[in-house]
Design a protein around this ligand. Structure first.
Ligand SMILES: Nc1nc2c(ncn2[C@@H]2O[C@H](COP(=O)(O)OP(=O)(O)OP(=O)(O)O)[C@@H](O)[C@H]2O)c(=O)[nH]1
Ligand SMILES: [Mg+2]
Length: 458
């Protein structure tokens, strides 16, 4: 995910970071390096030019050059600029930003129309969005309005079953507007509050496609018209968005395949060139691989500053709020038990790709790949912990030599291995206690996180 861009920009920032004083030449060099990184990432030329001019102007001001930590000031400018290109973070009276979905209250049916070229990820994203809304407490219905490809309806039906969301499809139907109307009637009777309409994609934008979409739009009066675009296509995703917006009108964009080797150009050019907000990114093939787009966090990720907030949120989806609060208190008081550790190992499994979690940790982006993580070690730890009794997990101090050999036998490990795990646990507890105190201090948290990384190894 944007690894190359992050690596290049981190290199560029090294020119200025940590220096007591920086010169105008340093700024020029850093900006030039960032410019090359952006161009290589396929960011629109107009956006790059604007970035260069405004950054140089701002960074060469007295405030930066004379400040105590000029490097940090410079990075903040770059961060804010990138954030601005990625989206609009100002909140309206309802506390919503441009990136948030504009849906009606649960008493009325809201409609989301999904548009896009063939293979961009419309059907997959429809299901991902439905799952996300369901998790948010809404009642979605998926509607199969791609009547061109017979397999398309079936694909949506399968996804619907997978995520337990109802799907309305009519085999052999010819008119997508009629299908939509029937779906709407069904939705009304079944207390659905959000109707997500999957539509037909074509290889390129053509008139019949646009006409069909326009008819569907008139009938459905959607609250959101979301373009699903493949981030791998770079700037052409931006051109597609522009055309769809001119012909049909868009309210936002979903960029898919962000997990693949995308260069990031589309995400960075979209808002400036089309004026349309990026609302979600697809990060894999599974229904869970979907993230709400946060401009500020994405900017931090691009700068290699990690994304602690997203990480915490992702974790919270799994560990429920109350549990998290209990855990925090335990960490603070140092009564985090082996039982808690086992719970954590298990919820980590639920959280999906460890890699995507690690990318969100400051300083870890690009430094650790999935292969580096000793999955066997995690399994080992789980095996040892599972072989303990509840009583032992509640209080590790009672685990003497006899218990150790029983646990070793039960888990197929050795007494030494069990001993190592217990030592590791003690160290971990101490570190957690420190960390929970330091969580307000990002720099300290960063060094702590990298130390935590060492727990993965043996
Ligand atoms: N890696 C990855 N693959 C994705 C993502 N989104 C979609 N895909 C894959 O892209 C392929 C096309 O996705 P679909 O959802 O069928 O695309 P579509 O736009 O509905 O395609 P048509 O209905 O043929 O127009 C599938 O193999 C998906 O699994 C993503 O975010 N990451
Ligand atoms: Mg489809």
């Amino acid at each position: 995910m944007l690894d190359k861009l992050t690596a290049k920009i981190s290199d560029a920032l090294r020119i200025v970071s940590g220096k007591a004083t920086i010169t105008e030449k340093n700024i020029d060099d850093a900006v030039e390096a960032i410019k090359l990184a952006l161009l290589e990432a396929d960011v629109n030329l107009r956006v790059v030019r604007r970035f260069v001019n405004s950054t140089i102007e701002e960074a060469k001001g007295e405030k930066v050059l004379r400040s105590v930590d000029p490097g940090q000031q410079f990075i903040k400018i770059v961060h804010d600029k990138l954030t601005g290109y990625l989206g609009d973070t100002t909140l309206n009276a309802n506390g919503q930003s441009a990136q948030d979905l504009q849906l009606k209250g649960p008493d009325t049916i809201s409609v989301i129309l999904m548009l896009g070229l063939q293979g961009s990820g419309k059907t997959t994203s429809s299901a991902k969005l439905a799952l996300r809304l369901k998790k948010d407490g809404r009642k979605p219905l998926l509607v199969a309005c791609d009547l061109v490809r017979p397999a398309a309806m079936e694909q949506l039906a399968v996804l619907g079953t997978q995520i337990s969301v109802p799907v309305h499809k009519e085999d052999g139907a010819k008119d997508s507007v009629a299908v939509f109307k029937n779906a709407w009637n069904w939705a009304q009777k079944n207390l659905i509050d959000t109707v997500i309409v999957d539509t037909t994609g074509r290889l390129q934008i053509d008139e019949p496609m646009m006409e069909e979409l326009a008819r569907l739009k008139n009938a459905a009066k959607p609250d959101e018209l979301l373009l699903v675009a493949d981030s791998m296509t770079g700037q052409s995703a931006v051109d597609i968005a522009k055309t769809f917006d001119e012909k049909i009108g868009l309210s936002g964009v979903i960029l898919t395949k962000f997990d693949s080797d995308t260069r990031g150009g589309a995400a960075l050019s979209l808002k400036t060139i089309t004026g349309k907000p990026l609302k979600f990114v697809g990060t894999g093939e599974k229904p869970e691989d979907f993230e709400v787009f946060h401009p500020e966090r994405m900017a931090s990720r691009i700068l290699g500053m990690g994304d602690v907030v997203s990480l915490v949120e992702k974790a919270q989806e799994v560990i429920d709020q109350k549990e998290a609060e209990v855990l925090r208190k335990k960490m603070e008081k140092e009564n985090f038990t082996l039982e808690d550790w086992l719970d954590q190992l298990r919820s980590m499994k639920k959280m999906g790709s460890l890699q995507s979690m690690l990318e969100m940790i400051p300083g870890m982006s690009g430094q650790i790949s999935e292969e580096d993580i000793d999955k066997a070690e995690l399994k080992y730890q789980e095996a040892i912990l599972s072989s303990m009794t509840r009583k032992e997990r509640a209080n590790h101090l009672i685990i003497g030599p006899t218990r150790r050999s029983r646990i070793a036998r039960g888990s197929g490990t050795s007494v030494a291995e069990v001993g190592r795990l217990l030592k590791k646990f003690e160290k971990m507890r101490t570190m957690m206690k420190k960390m929970s105190k330091l969580s307000r201090n990002p720099a300290a948290a960063q060094s702590m996180f990298s130390k935590m990384g060492q727990f993965q190894g043996r």
